[in-house]
Design a protein around this ligand. Structure first.
Ligand code: MTE
Length: 309
């Protein structure tokens, strides 16, 4: 991951979709769903009726335009540029098996859509702050990770959840590169059961496109974006802190916690401000990406840890 310089194709602030237009678009989509009109979710989806999900009024904002957010992505399995959407088309997110194992009542494997079908979906607009010092605002659809934890029934000895992305270098050419594949991330059980932790199934009012991490990805908005692992194929409950992909790749630069903090620079750049993708703006970065009221308590007593890298 590197510092991002503004690209010529990024649009100016006046082109950002005003919130009322976005919300209006959502009610149009809802209306057409109620009328039974098709073409809301990709053809062949068993879940086309699920989108858009009811919006959670606690998490609102003005989203980055969809065409900007879906053309500026990090998905290293599909290359090192921001233009992963082209190569990511090779991914086949359905059918998709997810293994849930480790310290739980009964380890199991489940089809992603069957798992999603058991959960209550909602839409939340979250800020996304990448460790590369850029940010966006994205309307995600998903279910709380807490629901999945309750469904899996972990034993008392489970202290962490380890998430793993698929590994298929034939499909994901980036996985033929030197990185320590597959992509792995982890959370403590307390972080995972915090209300903010979302398992994402959709974005912009429809089923998740490949480039955003179909069919299922994590979104933990108070942490740098790299914690929000895409295209998850395995979820393991463990008593040991998992070593994450970026810790393995660059232990001097990336850690387990990765909470957003403007005061703690990355070893190679400042984290004090962020480029607002899709505008000409930079704005000051907020501690915990502005979500401190929900999560700051999780880190009491852990001050000795490297909480911000
Ligand atoms: N998950 C996987 N499997 N592979 C990745 O390369 N990149 C991470 C994260 N999740 C990444 C990943 C990083 S660095 C960021 S900033 C976010 O995804 C970007 O999410 P977005 O492309 O949906 O905006």
């Amino acid at each position: 991951m590197n510092i991002i310089h503004r690209k010529g194709w990024e649009i100016s602030e006046r082109d950002v979709t005003p919130e009322h237009l976005f919300l209006n678009r959502r009610s149009v989509l809802k209306g057409s769903a109620a009328l039974g009109l098709g073409a809301i979710a990709p053809a062949g989806s068993a879940l086309s009726a699920t989108y858009p999900a009811p919006a959670n009024a606690k998490f609102t904002g003005t989203p980055t335009p969809e065409d900007v957010a879906s053309r500026y992505n990090n998905f290293y399995e599909f290359g090192l540029t921001k233009r992963a959407f082209v190569a990511a088309e090779a991914l086949k997110p359905r059918p998709w098996r997810i293994k849930v194992d480790g310290l739980i009542d009964k380890p199991f494997e489940i089809e992603a859509d069957d798992l999603i079908g058991k959960m209550t979906l909602e839409e939340r607009i979250y800020r996304l702050r990448c460790v590369e010092a850029w940010s966006m605002v994205i309307p995600w659809t998903g279910f709380t990770l807490k629901q999945l934890v309750e469904f899996a029934k972990p034993s008392a000895s489970a202290k962490y959840i380890r998430f793993e992305t698929f590994f298929d270098p034939k499909v994901a050419s980036g996985q033929r590169s030197f990185f320590p594949w597959p992509y792995v991330e982890g959370l403590t059980i307390e972080e995972a059961t915090n209300d903010l932790s979302l398992m994402v199934t959709g974005v912009y009012g429809k089923q998740l496109p490949n480039v955003f991490g179909a069919p299922l990805r994590l979104m933990v908005p108070w942490k740098y974006g790299f914690k929000s692992i895409k295209s998850i194929s395995r979820i393991s409950f463990t008593d040991t802190r998992p070593q994450t992909f970026w810790e393995a790749a660059g232990p001097g630069e990336y850690g387990f916690w990765a909470n957003v903090n403007p005061q703690v620079p990355h070893p190679r750049w400042s984290q004090a401000s962020e480029e607002v993708v899709g505008t000409a703006d930079r704005k000051p970065t907020q501690i915990f990406n502005g979500y401190g009221e929900f999560v700051a308590d999780l880190y009491k007593g852990l001050e000795g840890e490297k909480l911000y890298m």
